[in-house]
Design a binder for this molecule. Structure first.
Ligand code: ADP
Ligand code: TRP
Length: 351
């Protein structure tokens, strides 16, 4: 057993540190919005909690159908988190698919979960409503993975005995479902030797200004195809920034920084004094959009350049990425097995 494994085992004793867990679905290219809205805030919680981070590759399978792509995004998302500063020595960092205990607990908790609760889950309900609106059969094209998604997510959380779950607002209902399922289990079996901690979502406040606009001014998102990927080459990054649409206000005229996506993105990444100076110069007039875009490209390159280098090294076959995930998988499996053994005994399977 590794020393990290011993540390993890100790931490689930009464009075030990509270645990934070977050999962990321490997479904696409990580972008600047993910970095400031999800990756960096979650990494910042390391230290405050005992932190677990995992790649939810089996959640991605509800939609992923191209094996090479699933394999690529799984590695790529993991490499992104490490390149962004996640320290696998101070956290438990693993792939969901490396913890097969998850699937045994999924069955057990499925048997305690009302079908009605799944009928009300947002993602399934939205897919069903869209089918009905299109005059199709309500369940057309919906697979059981999508239907059971919230139970698998509850298991991710409960099998690691997480107390807090940092997620975007869209995932709040899923964490509430996990708390519901934990409550059902505790109610039935709590007096038989095992209770799950009741997990709580931690949502970044809307007011922190962490919603980054995309190239068209709407929220940066893969769904709007308006995003800046984290690991474009330096020339491609500059080209993309130069393509951000701007109005035709002449160089010498005053400009409103708050209605400019270029400035908003700059404001997230540049040092505070540079942001204040640029704001003042835009408001006074005399700064053109071209100059502002060059400034943004410089700032992004300075920030992303070193991260890109590290990312590329981690993406090489046989890099330390694989070793980090293997080590994290050992720790996660050991923890999951301990929980599963207690659960099996509590429900009357192994007595
Ligand atoms: P997308 O909208 O591109 O599909 P996801 O839904 O996969 O992004 O988001 C993953 C995480 O990144 C979520 O926690 C989400 O809150 C965060 N995130 C995504 N886009 C932004 C953004 N533009 N600004 C801030 N955070 C974002
Ligand atoms: N469903 C989450 C998403 O789409 C990913 C996820 C899977 C997750 N399991 C989790 C997040 C457990 C937090 C905790 O973003």
């Amino acid at each position: 057993m590794s020393s990290t494994g011993d540390a993890a085992a100790r931490s689930s004793t009464p009075g030990a540190a509270r645990r934070s867990l977050t999962g990321v679905k490997p479904t696409g290219e990580p972008h600047l919005g993910n970095l400031v809205g999800a990756i960096e805030p979650a990494i910042a919680m390391t230290g405050e909690y005992e932190s677990l981070y995992f790649i939810a590759d089996y959640h991605a399978l509800t939609t992923a159908r191209v094996p090479e792509q699933l394999a690529h995004w799984t590695r790529s998302v993991a490499a992104t988190w490490l390149a962004a500063g996640l320290d696998p020595q101070r956290t438990v960092f693993y792939r969901q698919s490396d913890v097969p205990q998850t699937f045994e607990l999924t069955w057990i908790l499925s048997c305690l979960t009302g079908k009605g609760l799944m009928n009300r889950a947002h993602a399934y309900k939205a897919a069903r409503d869209a089918n009905l609106a299109a005059g199709e059969d309500a369940d057309a094209g919906i697979n059981m993975g999508t239907y059971n998604y919230p139970i698998l997510m509850a298991v991710d959380i409960l099998i690691m005995e997480a107390h807090v779950v940092p997620v975007g607002r869209d995932q709040l209902q899923h964490v509430e479902i996990a708390a519901d399922i934990a409550g059902s289990f505790n109610h039935l079996y709590g007096s038989h030797g095992y209770r799950f901690p009741i997990p709580e979502a931690v949502i970044p406040p809307e007011t922190t200004g962490h919603t980054l606009p995309g190239l068209d001014g709407r929220k940066m998102s893969k769904s709007y195809d308006n995003y800046i990927p984290l690991f474009l080459s330096a020339p491609k990054l500059r080209k993309l920034v130069r393509r951000i649409p701007t109005d035709s206000t002449p160089v010498e005229d005053p400009k409103d920084p708050d209605s400019s996506a270029v400035f908003q993105i700059l404001a997230q990444f540049a040092p505070a004094d540079q942001v204040a100076d640029t704001r003042a110069r835009l408001e006074a007039g005399g700064v053109g959009w071209g100059e502002l875009k060059n400034q943004l490209a410089d700032v992004l390159e300075e920030r992303l350049g070193p991260m890109r280098e590290r990312y590329e090294a981690l993406m090489e076959p046989g890099s330390e990425l694989d070793e980090a995930l293997a080590r994290g998988g050992d720790v996660a499996r050991e923890r999951a097995q301990r929980v599963l053994t207690s659960v099996r005994s509590a429900i009357g399977i192994d007595r």
